[in-house]
Design a protein around this ligand. Sequence first.
Ligand code: COA
Length: 239
Amino acid sequence: MKVVRYADRPDLRARRFEELTRPTFPEYMNHNEPGRDWDRLYTDFPDFQVALVDGDDLLAEAHALSLPWDGTLQDLPSGWDEGFVRGMTSDRPHTALMAIAISVAPSQQGRQLSTRMLQAFADNARAAGLTNGVIAPVRPTWKLRYPLVPIERYVDWRREDGSHFDPWIRIHELVGGEIIAPAPESMRITAAASDWAEWVGMSFPEDGEYVFPGGLATLVVEDGIGTHVEPNVWVLHRV
Ligand SMILES: CC(C)(COP(=O)(O)OP(=O)(O)OC[C@H]1O[C@@H](n2cnc3c(N)ncnc32)[C@H](O)[C@@H]1OP(=O)(O)O)[C@@H](O)C(=O)NCCC(=O)NCCS
């Protein structure tokens, strides 16, 4: 197994969406506004877009971008959207790495490959001199079971042994990550209720607030337009 840059492997980049994104993320997540600049990651931040491969098999991938962050809570972006835009547009010197996403191919999950990808973030931040560390707007994987619980409460849920209740946050903590803040408004996705119906497989016949399959929070439909604001949890990995 080895980690390669997508910039060096256009063949893998051409396969990644179908093999990794589509099977691991719900369709609606491909429709947030800043995400329209996704392709710029490969040209403007080539060192941070990597895949874990075994021969020609795509096992996992990690995306990230550098951004200015002074290390304080006050300067922390509100979430994924704001961090992505800041990394793409700010003139301030870049001092931290923001994790954008990790995907492990469904057939490879449970092999501890995600910690390998978290390690790649830390290695890349160190190599690039991003001394304020890696910040990750973590998408808690079990939050979809509790879409009505505020993230400010979910973030504090722990198991009896003290480890975090959420499996993905637990993995971040296992490799040394520290929860620094909830991000109640991390990623906003707005689209016609008919688009939402197609993406999530249920219809929204009238305005109102809905729980929907796979959502970490609810969908609010107003005048036929559905808005979902995904909550995340900021985790810091010092480098
Ligand atoms: C979330 C995701 C990245 C986790 O990866 P995974 O391959 O399923 O999980 P892992 O194999 O790394 O971890 C499984 C177990 O091994 C443990 N583990 C992982 N690395 C370890 C290590 N180096 N040493 C000891 N234990 C380890 C984990 O703590 C976990 O155990 P637990 O749940 O009993 O606490 C993966 O499921 C995925 O891609 N999901 C879909 C996309 C997604 O949601 N991505 C995250 C949002 S960006």
